[in-house]
Write a protein that binds this ligand. Structure first.
Ligand SMILES: *Cc1c(COP(=O)(O)O)cnc(C)c1O
Length: 494
């Protein structure tokens, strides 16, 4: 396996190599519209993170220099997308914009029937209402937060069937998102095929660090699904990056185009759904299939929850942008941008001895807070503390993916997360190399000062999804001490 992630074939760009031998992610686009950014001084950042209850979700973008919270709805738009938005055909029913989007989906994903939805979780609502009943079990490689919520809302449970090593922080496994086929067979047999309404595979598995599955594995899952007559559902929200990793890491597909890989991936699944917030940097989403009976089964729910069948809660401008964005997903110089920047940062941080999730994935760079801050017990939220500390000393906003994002058991004790991660998302074609080097520089400095960082405790804790709106405080005066160390080492620098 080790030949894959470190292979010299995986150059910085498929086309351009550097004389220096450095792995520099080269942009195949230029900037034509810009947004001014603001980097408030460290004293203001301390006041801001206090006001935000040490929760980066509660900062405003005015207080943030680089917003690496998420890639959702924050990828850069192309000139082609902006141009297409001007030809939006506003109509309640039968819009030509919808027809253009349907054709793009047919071309890129190879699926003829399209049900529009206003975003990914809305597609999940429609699918789960149709297929999931109390007592059902849904096998999947790994859950996504909104998917799990919709399955549980309809009385179902999930079985997460990754290979055991997929949750190891440091690994050379090129396909951590693969499903363990033996576990899948076991889950179907023990739960009863009649209680397994769907099998779900998620491309670039989000919550384990944007990690891909292989096409060989997807084909095996599809074979088991077919053998048991269970529909296979593909969550294609992050499919472009997964296809690019397949081309990079799976020998059978080295010569294939990303467009061919995308169609081959979708061909394995009976139902493909996606959040266009990730796929194409527009808004919206859709459910697609080639089976008329599957289309008919869900059709009636679209006007009820989303809107008429030719808009599904989206504006025509969003639909036009989605059509163009889907086609751009097949362009390697577009789709390789986030993975290349992520790999660059991961390699630079490793060179400084900073613990990160490897191999580099497709969504963001994930810093391992548990080994960054071994002196902070999990009940004092090391990933949350690292996210707050990093914002304080850099103005860069990441997302906590650890115990704060978890919940409590019936005795009121925290259910400790498997991993404590600070996620630094790389929305597609948004940040430059010098901004990426700034992130590297500030994280490097923070690592040398890590003993100064202390824990957090809740002061306001919502009962559900506490990570969105919860407020915390520092367990000591560590934020002031960290700010003083910053001033000592950086003088009057921002
Ligand atoms: C974001 C995401 C969703 C949900 O999509 P929304 O548009 O945010 O509702 C579902 N699945 C995956 C894998 C995602 O990344």
């Amino acid at each position: 396996m080790s030949q894959f992630p470190d292979s010299p074939k995986q150059s910085a760009s498929p086309a351009v190599r550097f004389f220096s031998g450095e792995n520099i992610p080269l942009e195949m686009h230029k900037v034509r519209v810009v947004q001014k950014l603001n980097l408030p001084p460290v004293e203001e950042r301390l006041a801001a993170i206090r006001r935000a209850g040490f929760n980066t979700f509660l900062l405003t973008t005015r207080e943030v220099y680089l917003d690496m919270l998420t890639d959702s709805g924050t990828n850069a738009m192309s000139d082609m997308q902006m141009g297409a938005m001007m030809q939006a055909d506003d109509a309640y029913a039968g819009s030509q914009s919808f027809e253009r989007m349907r054709l793009a989906i047919e071309e890129v994903f190879g699926k003829r029937f399209v049900l529009p939805a206003h975003q990914g979780r809305a597609a999940e609502n429609i699918i789960c209402r149709t297929y999931v009943k109390p007592g059902d079990l849904l096998p999947m490689n790994y859950h996504f937060t909104t998917t799990l919520a919709h399955i549980e809302l309809n009385g179902g449970k999930i079985a997460e069937l990754l290979h055991d090593e997929a949750l190891q922080i440091s690994s050379s496994n090129p396909f951590k998102g693969n499903m363990d086929i033996a576990k899948l067979r076991h889950a179907i047999t023990t739960h009863g095929v009649q209680n397994v309404p769907l099998i779900r595979m998620e491309a670039s598995t989000n919550l384990i660090g944007g990690q891909p599955f292989s096409l060989a594995n997807l084909r095996e899952v599809a074979a088991v699904a077919k053998e048991h007559n269970i529909p296979l559902v593909l969550d294609a929200s992050l499919i472009g990056e997964n296809a690019w990793f397949i081309k990079q890491r799976e020998p059978e597909f080295q010569q294939a185009s990303v467009a061919d890989i995308l169609r081959e991936m979708c061909a394995q699944a009976d139902i493909v759904y996606f959040s266009s917030r990730k796929v194409s940097s527009s808004r919206g989403g859709a459910i697609c299939t080639n089976w008329p009976e599957i289309f008919e089964k869900m059709k009636a729910l679209i006007p009820l929850f989303e809107g008429f069948l030719t808009y599904g809660g989206m504006s025509m401008r969003e639909i036009e942008a989605m059509a163009v964005g889907l086609r751009e997903t097949t362009d390697e110089t577009v789709i390789n941008q986030s993975p290349m920047f992520i790999r660059y940062l991961v390699e630079r941080l490793q060179a400084h001895g900073i613990p990160v999730v490897t191999p580099a994935g497709g969504l963001g760079c994930h810093v391992d807070a548990m080994s960054f801050l071994p002196h902070i017990p999990q009940k004092e939220y090391p990933a949350g503390a690292l996210a707050a500390a990093f914002y304080l000393i850099s103005g860069v906003r990441g997302m906590e993916r650890g115990t704060i994002s978890s919940t409590r058991d019936q005795h009121g004790h925290d259910i400790l997360a498997d991993v404590e991660l600070l996620r630094l998302a790389f929305p597609r074609r948004v940040f430059t190399l010098s901004q990426t080097k700034y992130v590297e520089d500030r994280l490097h400095w923070l690592h040398t000062q890590r003993q100064l960082i202390g824990g957090l405790r809740f002061v306001e804790e919502p009962p559900v999804l506490r990570f969105f709106m919860g407020r915390l405080e520092a367990v000591s005066d560590w934020p002031e001490k960290l700010m003083q160390a910053f001033r000592r080492d950086f003088g009057d620098s921002l």
